[in-house]
Ligand binder design. Structure first.
Ligand code: NAP
Length: 518
């Protein structure tokens, strides 16, 4: 049972007399109190005070907190699963899987900070006898930036939301978190926020290490503008991410907004691969496009197919799509936006519809596929725009050299995929090289959906896929968004952080006088 309250550190608060209803798949949800300016200030003030303590907590201590959050989320049991299903319209299996991903993500970050080498300690010892000038003792490591504001994502009510990857990474780094809940799943947010609050109390964290506020754009913008905020993490639309990025840059003290926005995740099918595996590739793509009603940031929205062989490929794809059961979209707003985008696509003169899943009762849908040729695609930049939902556009090409023209005109992407027989890959070296310029993750012979949470993952890409291609929002490297390097020059040992002490008491990997050592 949720109360509609804001969670401000160790208390709950409902100062606003007005309430709003969550936008849910079934259209029903309890009244939620939007945060008032005084509640926003209270959450940020507490976060600032908590930071003074939390920033110096050891990796072991933060790991205990992160694991306790995972335990408390699991202890919510069926209530959490049912609430998230009701608010998102996502099926039970998907929500259970997402809870598993959320908890294992928290535990992965726990182990990561416990091990400790992530601080990238570098030590260059003094050389008083160096000529012509003595060399000073300089030691450097990464430190947390301060309170982080996290915007939760509509399409992942758990794994990219309240206790999702952004929150886990920020807390692991030593940054307090203030969440702006998404209007599409405020009850799920409240349950998870209370679980985090319980974990924080149980593991003796400072009051204010975590808060969560309800509200509309105004609340989100006030959080971005708040002087205490040092960074923002966002997953959602290009419009929303860019608006918050611009706002953060207009602050008297600009701060980074790590926004993960749209991507069409192009797939390039090479002739040799189409000849030998047309059917299996078509089935893989059909499954990937329709997974989660196409509401994934890695949904493949563009497929480049050789002209020779496209007929059979499109037929298999359409046939596979026709077996997909109607799926519920996240909410009516996203459903209507999908229909609008599809309508636009259908009225583009140079796109034909290969398969159109018949319309179901709102907000249920079935997948659709369009087709055009490379010449038309290159002329019309709108064809690169993301249709958020189960739609993909086939683009036919005649020679693989043509693909180089495309690779150099595509916007920044989260992923780019190539299907080719392995022995022929050397022929496409130039294309593979060019794709590195536009995408954060290159995939061979499999589909882009399914983002592994691991140390090597890169979930990010050049603008407009994200606002900063140097970072990832999935995997342990996501911690780097919320830290900055600090160098200590001429410091005596007792005033240095333990990670930089002589004798390496934390036993972490360090670059000492030019050599990596543990
Ligand atoms: P959204 O509209 O970008 O909203 C995401 C969050 O940012 C929400 O909390 C929203 O507030 C807030 N927000 C958006 N614009 C804002 C602004 N100008 N000022 C302050 N706050 C702002 O995304 P969505 O609701 O999740 O989905 C809408 C569309 O986004 C979809 O149709 C799809 O095209 C795209 N999308 C993309 C991805 C992706 O992974 N690339 C994921 C999800 C959605 P409220 O809670 O008040 O709405």
């Amino acid at each position: 049972m949720t109360t509609g309250a804001n969670i401000i550190g160790f208390i709950t608060s409902k100062k606003s007399e007005s309430t709003f209803q969550g936008v849910t798949a079934s259209g029903t949800s309890a009244g939620f109190h939007p945060a008032t300016q005084s509640e926003i200030d209270a959450a940020m003030q507490k976060a600032s005070e908590a930071f003074q303590l939390y920033r110096n907590f050891t990796g072991e201590h933060k790991a205990i907190f992160l694991r306790a959050i995972a335990d408390e989320i699991e202890a919510l049991g069926e209530t959490l699963i049912e609430t998230a299903m009701n608010e998102s319209g996502l099926p039970e299996g998907r929500i259970i899987g997402e809870r598993g991903r959320t908890c294992s993500q928290l535990r992965l970050f726990a182990s990561y900070v416990e091990e400790g080498s992530w601080v990238e300690a570098v030590i260059d010892r003094a050389d008083p006898n160096r000529q012509p000038l003595p060399k000073p003792d300089i030691r450097k490591m990464l430190v947390p930036t301060g309170p982080v504001v996290v915007f939760t994502a509509s399409n992942f009510p758990l794994a990219f939301s309240t206790a999702g990857g952004d929150t886990a990474a920020a807390l692991a780094a030593g940054c307090p978190v203030v969440v702006k809940s998404h209007e599409a799943h405020p009850a799920t947010n409240e349950l998870v926020s209370l679980a985090i609050q319980k974990a924080a109390k149980r593991t003796v964290m400072p009051d204010g290490v975590f808060s969560s506020l309800n509200g509309d754009y105004e609340v989100g913008q006030a959080l971005v503008k708040h002087p205490v905020t040092t960074a923002v993490a966002f997953t959602g639309s290009f419009r929303g991410g860019k608006a918050l990025f611009d706002l953060a840059n207009k602050r008297p003290v600009p701060i980074p907004v790590f926004a993960e926005m749209g991507s069409v995740n192009p797939i390039f099918i090479m002739p040799n691969s189409l000849e030998s595996k047309s059917e299996s590739i078509a089935k893989q793509i059909a499954a990937s496009v329709s997974l989660g009603a196409g509401q994934f940031c890695t949904n493949p929205g563009l497929v480049f197919v050789p002209e020779a062989g496209v007929k059979d490929f499109a037929k298999t794809l359409a046939e596979a799509m026709s077996h997909v059961q109607p799926q519920c979209m996240l909410n009516h707003r996203i459903f209507e936006s999908y229909l609008r985008s599809l309508h636009q696509v259908k009225h583009e003169h140079e796109i034909s519809i290969v398969y159109e899943g018949e319309l179901q009762d709102a907000p249920n849908i079935r997948p659709s596929v369009g087709i055009t040729d490379l010449e038309a695609f290159l002329k019309n930049p709108h064809m690169q725009e993301e249709v958020f939902g189960p739609f993909t556009l086939l683009v036919t090409y005649s020679g693989t050299d043509d693909l180089l023209k495309v690779a150099n005109t595509l916007q920044g992407q989260l992923t780019a995929t190539v299907f080719s027989e392995e022995h022929q890959l050397p022929l496409y070296r130039v294309l593979l090289n060019d794709l590195q310029n536009i995408a954060g993750r290159l995939i061979l012979n499999s589909v882009p959906t399914g983002v592994e949470v691991c140390n090597a993952m890169q979930h990010g890409g050049p603008f407009p896929a994200t606002t900063d291609s140097r970072f990832t929002s999935v995997g342990t490297a996501a911690i780097r968004r919320f830290v900055r390097p600090v160098a200590f020059q001429g410091f005596p040992g007792e005033l240095l952080p333990e990670a930089l002490h002589d004798g390496n008491p934390l036993k972490i990997w360090r670059l000492e006088d030019g050599e990596y050592r543990k």
